[in-house]
Design a protein around this ligand. Structure first.
Ligand SMILES: [Zn+2]
Length: 192
């Protein structure tokens, strides 16, 4: 993006305060504002003050900072709005649904049956394609981290399938007397 285009970036102006917005948090690196097209009430956009488009362009320091902000804002949203959780969402690239030229991190307050369509439906991939993916990905991850990661020995597809089937068959752990699952407890703990 040219400097001129950057000067026209709406989200740079929102982050700097040149364009007014309903701000919920600010520090030297980010501003967090209510989304004007919220998925649910309290939907927050965390906007880096530096103009970056996608996460891979960011400094590790900024990415770490965004992680911390996600945690703290999630807690604040859950407590203030009496919701049961948050979805933390980033679209890196147009294909992923990114519309703004400026990186945005969405923190969306969630409640059961709130109708937000973020459910991921599993793609049907065969064993060969999964193995091809892992063969491409593992060396690239190693390169990214500057370490040599050895590929694990490939399990025979049949053995792997049988294992997966077996684990599916395993009966669920008996529910505790109060009928609450571990996730129910986490939800309650978050709201406290
Ligand atoms: Zn910008």
């Amino acid at each position: 993006m040219s400097e001129e285009e950057q000067q026209q970036c709406v989200f740079c102006h929102i982050a700097s305060g040149k364009i007014p917005a309903k701000k919920v948090y600010e520090d030297d690196k980010v501003a967090a504002v209510l989304d004007i097209n919220p998925a649910t009430s309290g939907h927050v956009l965390v906007i880096p003050k530096e103009h970056v488009s996608v996460m891979p362009q960011m400094s590790e320091e900024l990415v770490a900072h965004l992680g911390m902000i996600s945690k703290q804002l999630s807690f604040a949203l859950i407590r203030a709005l009496k919701v049961e959780g948050t979805s933390v969402f980033v679209a890196n690239g147009v294909a992923a649904g990114q519309r703004a030229p400026h990186f945005l991190l969405h923190i969306i307050p969630r409640s059961a049956n709130d109708g937000v369509a973020l459910q991921l439906l599993p793609a049907k991939l065969d064993e060969k394609s999964v193995n091809e993916t892992i063969a491409k990905l593992v060396p690239a991850v190693g390169k990214q981290f500057g370490v040599d990661i050895k590929l694990p020995a490939v399990e025979k597809p049949k053995a792997k399938l049988e294992k997966a089937e077996k684990s599916k068959e395993k009966p669920e752990k008996p529910k505790p007397a109060d009928g609450k699952s571990e996730l129910d407890r986490i939800t309650e703990m978050l709201a406290k």
